[in-house]
Design a binder for this molecule. Structure first.
Ligand code: SF4
Ligand code: SF4
Length: 460
């Protein structure tokens, strides 16, 4: 691809970028036109030696191969040794709100909620320690329903995990996604004392947020959430606090939402989750809205790039995550850590694939009472690898997308092993834009990426 007049080669197997010099660029052009290139002068422009050297370099990257050579058979991909590093604890099925687009299949009012018991929470911590191999840093994520409706259980679990951490030489990081309505100063001080990574679910200014994020009685929650979020941001300065926006039907004003949450409320980062499947009927983004949302996400990504070139981070986590993946040469074989490094504990103590599958009735991978079902995990990973090997095998986005979120596939197609083929074109556009942005920043302000990688790396 051309970025600012430079020829950039995206090396799919390693998600790395290489700048092509004039001769390598001419070789690739010639090949793209369906012509062969021998080790002979090219178009009278480049000498035979230069062409031969370019061909050697490109062949080493497996970007080209001699016409006679058959493609090398791809070995069955295998995941590097993995250990469980994150457990998501679904503390309760209860939520004090009744957002119209909520996907949770087991959601209930707080009074009728099923709750994880203290004994099962402790066993979950023990299971994580046991299954974490040599990993020293472990993550506990508190989820619901609304996790702050179960704050005493969070306090109990954190105290237990801190104690087990000291006994076993492990260090626990804690995180929480909340609707913010139950945050008070005492809760914030507790979260600060344990350096929680906090994400607030908030959809934007009042007229957007209140469309879906409502109380059980049906009133909008913007006023209380904005007030609590501001108070949180004032009081909690140890770690950046992010906002998570669910983009549902009719919500396409990405720039306006980002501006409000970043500049008017003060969140460090805003992440967008466009939901095309799985919401109650009529709440997901329709086909036309999805196109508009992706175009608007791309426009915001370009604004992020322009700021990055000036050394500023305007806090747009979707593009930030892709920059990190490209910077680290991420080469995903499966879409996310679910089953491999992450599992969710549902309120009965069963191990679900991730927080979205907790309470869904789908396959589980053991129970905190009986331990992790390694055979079930291995069988799942095998099927997950097949999922991308076939359909995604020739896709240049495969090592960044890897077939897409299992839950999106399950919600859309009822089959979590089917790749998210309903938005491949959009995904490839998004990945291509990310590659161009990354190449532009590495050329125009490489220290920005290095600075960004530093503190974040040490935070995780
Ligand atoms: S964009 Fe489509 S084909 Fe490519 S990796 Fe993702 S799901 Fe597979
Ligand atoms: S399956 Fe989807 S929702 Fe669950 S962890 Fe993976 S990407 Fe996230």
């Amino acid at each position: 691809m051309l970025v600012d007049g430079r020829r950039i080669l995206f090396h799919v197997p390693t998600s790395s970028l290489f700048e092509l010099d004039a001769v390598a660029g001419a070789v690739m052009d010639r090949l793209a036109g369906g012509n062969a290139v021998g080790a002979s002068p090219l178009d009278g422009q480049f000498g035979a030696d230069a062409v031969e050297e370019a061909l050697r370099d490109l062949a080493a990257l497996e970007a080209v191969r001699p016409r006679a050579a058959a493609p090398r058979p791809k070995p069955r991909p295998a995941l590097p040794d993995n250990a469980l590093t994150t457990l998501v604890l679904n503390l309760t099925t209860g939520c004090n709100l009744a957002c119209s687009y909520c996907y949770k299949e087991d959601l209930s009012r707080p009074a009728a909620a099923a709750r994880l018991s203290r004994a099962h929470a402790e066993k979950a911590v023990d299971l994580l320690v046991r299954e974490s191999g040599g990993r020293r840093r472990l993550n506990l994520t508190f989820f619901g329903g609304e996790p702050l409706t179960a704050l005493p259980l969070i306090r109990h679990t954190v105290a237990y995990a801190d104690r087990r951490g000291i006994e076993t030489g492990k260090a626990f990081d804690y995180s929480l996604t909340t609707n913010a309505t139950l945050l008070d100063d005492a809760a914030v001080d507790f979260l600060a004392a344990h350096r929680f990574a906090i994400t607030v679910s908030m959809d934007g200014p009042a007229e957007i947020h209140d469309r879906n994020r409502r109380t059980i009685g049906g009133s909008g929650t913007y006023a209380v959430v904005a007030d609590k979020a501001r108070r949180l941001l004032e009081r909690y300065r140890l770690r950046p606090v992010g906002a998570r926006v669910t983009l549902a039907a009719g919500m396409t004003d990405v720039a306006g939402i980002h501006h409000h949450l970043k500049n008017e409320i003060g969140f460090a980062e805003v992440g967008f989750a466009p939901v095309t499947a799985g919401l109650p009927a009529g709440f997901g983004l329709g086909h036309d809205d999805t196109r508009v949302v992706f175009d608007n996400l791309k426009t915001l990504a370009l604004a992020w790039r322009d700021a990055a070139l000036e050394g500023r981070d305007i806090g747009f986590s979707n593009i930030g995550q892709m920059m990190t993946a490209l910077h680290e040469g991420s080469s995903k074989l499966i879409p996310c850590g679910a089953a491999v490094a992450l599992l969710a504990v549902d309120t009965t103590g069963a191990l679900a694939l991730c927080h979205r599958f907790a309470g869904s009735g789908q396959e589980t991978f053991g129970h905190v009472d009986t331990g992790l079902d390694h055979a079930a995990v291995a069988a799942f990973v095998d099927r997950a690898l097949d999922r991308t090997e076939g359909f995604c095998g020739d896709c240049h986005a495969r090592h960044l997308c890897a077939g897409g979120c299992y839950h999106e596939s399950y919600a859309r197609h009822g089959d979590l092993f089917r790749p998210t083929d309903h938005y491949c074109d959009l995904m490839r556009e998004w990945v291509d834009l990310g590659i161009a942005i990354y190449a532009g920043i590495m050329a125009g302000n490489p220290t920005f990426m290095a600075r960004r990688a530093g503190p974040r790396g040490s935070d995780s």
